[in-house]
Design a protein around this ligand. Structure first.
Ligand code: S3P
Length: 176
């Protein structure tokens, strides 16, 4: 793979963090997670930021961070929060940041993976599956619009997903 950054996007629970870690190991490129960078910077959890400052504040931090990351000098794999591509400005920034990979999953897959999770403020409701469906419907166009590569992850192993990403990234880099 050429010296471009790799940017992993997709809904909460689509596997960005785990794929990012495993790819980091395989490709020997450092991985950064934008949620973790925001938490570290703010000294509190995403849930706390949402509860105290509201979602809009978090979204502002996300966009500000993306702008900074586009100035980065070293090759990285980035996994970004599930809501990042919703803002048009962020979609532009993601494209500037690197090769954007959308890990696409079905709502049922996400629900199975995240049921019982308490760290995603947007899913703390009576009907998380309904909420996942609703959010995904509203967001899928945004994910697709900024993706250079789309991988359907349902039923695939981490190894299989990584192989697809590597192969597709090579194909993209080979294009004029
Ligand atoms: C969000 C996804 C989360 C986190 C925040 C909001 C979203 O990141 O940024 O809870 O709007 O989908 P993950 O996709 O890493 O869970």
């Amino acid at each position: 793979m050429k010296s471009r950054n790799l940017v992993l996007t997709g809904f909460m629970g689509s596997g960005k963090t785990s794929i990012g870690l495993r790819l980091s190991y395989r490709l020997q490129i450092m991985v950064e997670d934008t949620d973790k960078l925001i938490e570290r910077r703010e000294g509190r959890s995403i849930s706390d930021i949402f509860a105290r400052e509201g979602e809009e504040y978090f979204r502002q931090q996300e966009t500000a961070l993306l702008k900074e990351l586009t100035e980065g000098r070293y090759q990285r794999i980035y996994s970004v929060g599930g809501g990042t591509p919703v803002r048009e400005e962020n979609r532009q920034l993601l494209g500037k940041l690197g090769l954007v990979v959308y890990l696409r999953a079905r709502p049922e897959t996400i629900y199975e993976r995240l049921k019982g999770d308490v760290t995603r403020p947007l899913l703390q409701c009576a009907d998380p599956l309904g909420r996942i469906r609703e959010l995904m419907e509203g967001r899928s166009g945004a994910y697709e619009a900024c993706a250079h590569i789309i991988v359907d992850v349902d039923g695939k192993t981490v190894e299989e997903i990584m192989d697809i990403i590597e192969r597709e990234a090579e194909a993209c880099d080979g294009r004029p």
